[in-house]
Design a protein around this ligand. Structure first.
Ligand code: SF4
Ligand code: SF4
Length: 264
C-alpha cells in the first residue's frame, strides 16, 4: 500500500522546480564550508569547535535518528559534498543544459568497482580512525575537505554522480538502511516505460539530466541507489514517476504491485 505524495498539486510543483533543491543545497554547502573552516582554523577544544560539534554530534545524530529512518536518502539530494563537482559538470547552477549535457571526460568507472566495496572500505576507514577524526578538529576539517576534493575530481573524470554511487562512504550505509524508509521514488506504470523508447529519465532531456545515480528509474526495486534527487520527476515526459509514501519494509519491494520496475 502506498500513496503518491508528489501528486498533491503543490508538492508536484515543488518537485519540478529546480530552485528548491538548489536553495537547500546552497544552505547545506554554506554550513559545510563553515565546518571545514572551523576544523582548519578553529579552536582545538573539541566541545567548542563548530566543525566537530555540528558534524559529528548534531548532523550525525539527525541523520541516524531522523533522516534515514523516515526520509531515506532524501539527504543525498541536498548533500553539499558532490554539489561543487556537479555544478562544474553541468556548468550551470540551476537551469539544465539543453539535452541534459554534462561536461566531463566520460571515463568509464572500472567494472570491478561497480559495487559497494569501495564505500564499505571507506566507511571502515572512517570508523577505524574515528577516535582521531572525532576528537581532532584539524583531522575533521581535512577529512571533510578531502571528501569534497575527491568528489570534484570524480566529477571531472567520470559521468554523473559516480562519487555518490560508488565512493561516498556515508552514501553506502545510508543506501542500505534507506531500504526500510517509508518513502520511495518509483515509476507509476511499468507499461508506460516499456513503450517509451527515448527513456529520457536515463538519457536526460531539455528538462533535466539523466539519473545522476546511473539508475534506470523504471527498474528501481529498492531505495539503495536512488539519491531521491527528483531529477526523473522532471525529465519524464509521461509524468510516470512519483514520490511515494509507503509502508516501511526491508529489502527490495516485496509487493509486486509496488515494484513496477521489476522485469524491465
Ligand atoms: S520513467 Fe518516464 S522517461 Fe523513464 S522510461 Fe518510464 S516513461 Fe520513459
Ligand atoms: S531514480 Fe530518480 S530520484 Fe532516484 S537518483 Fe535517479 S533521477 Fe534521482
Amino acid at each position: 500500500m502506498r500513496w503518491a505524495f508528489s501528486e498533491v498539486p503543490i508538492v508536484k510543483r515543488l518537485m519540478r522546480t529546480r530552485w528548491l533543491q538548489f536553495g537547500l543545497t546552497a544552505c547545506t554547502l554554506g554550513v559545510f564550508v563553515l565546518a571545514v573552516l572551523a576544523g582548519l582554523f578553529g579552536t582545538p577544544a573539541g566541545n567548542h569547535n563548530f566543525g566537530i560539534v555540528f558534524v559529528w554530534i548534531v548532523w550525525w545524530a539527525l541523520l541516524m535518528l531522523m533522516q534515514v529512518p523516515f526520509l531515506g536518502r532524501l539527504w543525498c539530494g541536498i548533500c553539499p559534498i558532490p554539489a561543487p563537482g556537479e555544478w562544474l559538470q553541468r556548468r550551470t547552477l540551476v537551469q539544465p543544459r539543453p539535452g541534459g549535457r554534462l561536461y566531463t571526460l566520460h571515463k568509464k568507472w572500472p567494472r570491478f568497482l561497480k559495487n559497494i566495496w569501495a564505500q564499505n572500505f571507506g566507511f571502515l576507514g572512517v570508523a577505524f580512525f574515528s577516535a582521531v577524526i572525532l576528537t581532532s578538529q584539524l583531522v575533521t576539517g581535512l577529512v571533510l575537505l578531502g571528501f569534497i576534493v575527491l568528489s570534484i575530481i570524480t566529477s571531472v573524470l567520470f559521468e554523473r554522480r559516480t562519487f555518490c554511487r560508488y565512493l561516498c562512504p556515508i552514501g553506502g550505509f545510508i543506501g542500505l538502511y534507506s531500504q526500510a524508509a517509508p518513502i520511495e521514488v518509483r515509476v507509476k506504470d511499468q507499461a508506460v516505460c516499456l513503450s517509451h523508447k527515448e527513456k529520457t529519465c536515463y538519457t536526460g532531456s531539455d528538462e533535466g539530466y539523466g539519473c545522476p545515480w546511473l539508475n534506470f528509474p523504471g527498474a528501481l526495486e529498492a531505495n539503495t541507489f536512488c539519491g531521491m534527487c527528483t531529477e526523473c520527476l522532471k525529465t519524464c515526459p509521461k509524468d510516470n514517476v512519483a514520490l511515494y509514501i509507503r509502508r516501511p519494509h526491508c529489502g527490495p519491494d516485496a509487493d509486486p504491485g509496488a515494484s513496477p520496475g521489476r522485469g524491465l
